[in-house]
Design a binder for this molecule. Structure first.
Ligand code: PMP
Length: 407
């Protein structure tokens, strides 16, 4: 991307003009949540100013308009990830709720005592705890795919974990700590050769990579709106129709029913069977708007530029004595986790903050991965297409000052 293009993009994100402790904000915490472009903010305000009425049940004009906008958004999202039908797109509160939905519904449908779920060592807590809860409920076991020293999953070990008791494989597309882009297509193909379905946690992938759920042949694919420049409280569960039809609903309530008597309830058709209660019908349109925004820039262009930033930051970080980067796969996204010898990550984060630089420190909701690496946590920078090399230079200079202070 040219400097001009980046400057134009930056001008569309109002928050990037904020000052922190009187310094320009440098926002390197994009893996936690992304900032919102004007187009998305405007869409939210437009929705509440012009299109606000509860959807699906109303005969009145405004309700029909709001319903149409919500369902148009669903269609857009289906096309964006190349789902074969918008009925395969379930709106959730985010990745976490989507995984909990599958853990409950698939768990009820397919799982029994002695069965197993396969996850990996680099999962976010939201792709660990729901499966642990299922295992406790049903008397099942979690099996863990290990990784090598670069932070890449060991596929030979993965294959050995698959057996007739495996009811699901659930792995992250991109690690929120290591940045590793996992070979999910290969992971899915191997599971399918044994008739095992696969869920892919796409929370860190959708903002950076063009995802095609049909090409991947994923059974379930989940992501969060707020990590891809949309609002909080909206997310997506893609599920293959054959699975969504078979598994029972997750929550009961309005919208998800066809007919209710005190004796018996019949459930609504897809996708509504999984959408109990009033959905975030403004958030859904904001999500579609955010996806349009990144599509307009171009996913390939975004990936190339973010890779350039990541390579540049990695090179500059290595200038620092005692630097250790966690996650060195060739195939990685714009996340860099690091530690500097003898300096606590929290101290680094707190001092960088005083320079207006937002990074994340700690276990990044991946405590088992920290245990595996035998560290308490890391400092994590995560870049977006609105970040610049100049910001990275400012960050490196500030980091060098922190290191000098502690040495
Ligand atoms: N999975 C991964 C890989 C993540 O990075 C995150 C967010 N940090 C989640 C799941 C959970 O997403 P949310 O909190 O939006 O539900």
């Amino acid at each position: 991307m040219t400097t001009n293009e980046i400057n134009n993009i930056r001008a569309e994100f109002p928050i990037l003009l904020e000052k922190v402790y009187n310094r320009p904000l440098i926002y390197f915490d994009n893996a936690a949540t992304t900032q919102k472009p004007k187009a998305v903010l405007d869409r939210i305000i437009y929705g509440y100013e012009h299109l606000n009425a509860n959807i699906h049940r109303g005969v009145h004009f405004l309700s029909q308009q709001a319903t149409e906008a919500h369902e148009d958004a669903r269609n857009y999202i289906a096309n964006f990830i190349n789902a074969s039908s918008s009925t395969e797109i379930i709106f959730t509160r985010g990745t976490t709720e989507a995984i909990n939905l599958v853990a409950f519904s698939l768990g009820e449908f397919a799982c029994q005592k002695g069965d197993e779920i396969v996850i990996s060592v680099m999962e976010h807590h939201s792709n660990i705890v729901p499966w642990q809860m299922l295992c406790e409920r049903k008397g099942m076991k979690l099996r863990i795919i290990p990784m090598n020293e670069k932070g890449e999953l060991q596929l030979d070990e993965y294959e050995k974990l698959l057996n007739e008791r495996t009811k699901l494989v659930s792995v992250t597309h991109v690690s929120n700590v290591l940045g590793t882009i996992n070979p999910v297509k290969e992971i899915i193909t191997k599971a399918h050769s044994k008739n095992i379905p696969v869920l892919i946690d796409g929370a860190q992938a959708v903002p950076h990579i063009q995802v095609d759920v049909q090409e991947l042949d994923a059974d379930f694919y989940v992501f969060s709106g707020h990590k891809v420049y949309a609002s909080t409280g909206i997310g997506v569960l893609f599920g293959k129709r054959e699975w969504l039809e078979k598994i029972p609903p997750y929550q009961g309530g309005g919208e998800m029913i066809q007919n209710v008597t005190f004796e018996r309830t019949t459930y609504n058709e897809l996708p509504f069977k999984f959408e109990a209660g009033t959905p975030d019908y403004i958030g859904s349109t904001a999500l579609a708007e955010a996806l349009k925004y990144v599509q307009n820039i171009g996913m390939e262009k975004i990936a190339n530029y973010e890779n350039e930033l990541t390579r540049y930051a990695t090179k500059r970080l290595m200038e620092i004595d005692g630097m250790r980067i966690y996650g060195t796969s060739e195939n990685k996204s714009s996340v860099i986790s690091f530690l500097v010898e003898n300096i606590h990550p929290y101290d680094i984060g707190a001092i960088l903050d005083k320079h207006g630089i937002a990074v994340r420190t700690g276990h990044h909701c991946a405590q088992p991965l920290m245990d595996f690496l035998k560290i308490p946590g890391t400092v994590r920078t995560s870049f977006s297409f609105y970040n610049t090399k100049e910001e990275i230079d400012t960050f490196i200079e500030a980091l060098k000052r922190v290191v000098n202070m502690f040495r």
